[in-house]
Design a protein around this ligand. Structure first.
Ligand SMILES: [Zn+2]
Length: 146
């Protein structure tokens, strides 16, 4: 076997591997394992609507479908989550929160989530609604703002 033939191209992972020590995708200054990762692993649940929103964003990054489905209100939950293989989430900014604290039953989170899709940059600007289901925050639905 010649040297040239022995060379292999390392397989590029479809997405960056998320380890407990990775910076958390949600943008908080914490490692993934101590931030959204502890909610993804369970049984800990997000104490506020904002932290649930952040953990769901991170779950989209990690393509963690079971987490997304179990943090979706049963009345609006889809059968499955479609992950666009051409879409890569690149950042999250929380703009505003309404209620959604440990003392509320409902809450809203307004955010911008940035992504790249087929080489083009895009942004999702949404106000999401959350409520408590069996004590834990779940996502209900959202309205697009742009
Ligand atoms: Zn996080």
């Amino acid at each position: 076997m010649s040297r040239r033939n022995a060379r292999t191209t390392p397989a590029r992972p479809a997405r960056p591997a998320l380890t407990p020590d990775s910076p958390c995708p949600c943008g908080l200054d914490a490692p993934y394992g101590a931030c959204c990762g502890r909610f993804h692993a369970g049984p800990a649940t997000a104490p506020t609507a904002e932290l649930l929103m952040r953990s769901r964003y991170s779950a989209f990054v990690a393509r963690d479908e079971p987490y997304l489905l179990r943090t979706w209100a049963p009345r609006t939950r889809p059968a499955d989550v479609d992950f666009d293989p051409a879409l890569r989430w690149t950042g999250l900014d929380i703009e505003e929160t309404g209620d959604g604290t440990p003392f509320h039953q409902h809450g809203t989170v307004t955010f911008r989530a940035r992504y790249r899709q087929g080489g083009a940059a895009g942004e999702l600007h949404e106000r999401s609604r959350f409520e408590r289901h069996e004590g834990a925050w779940v996502y209900v639905d959202g309205e697009f703002l742009d």
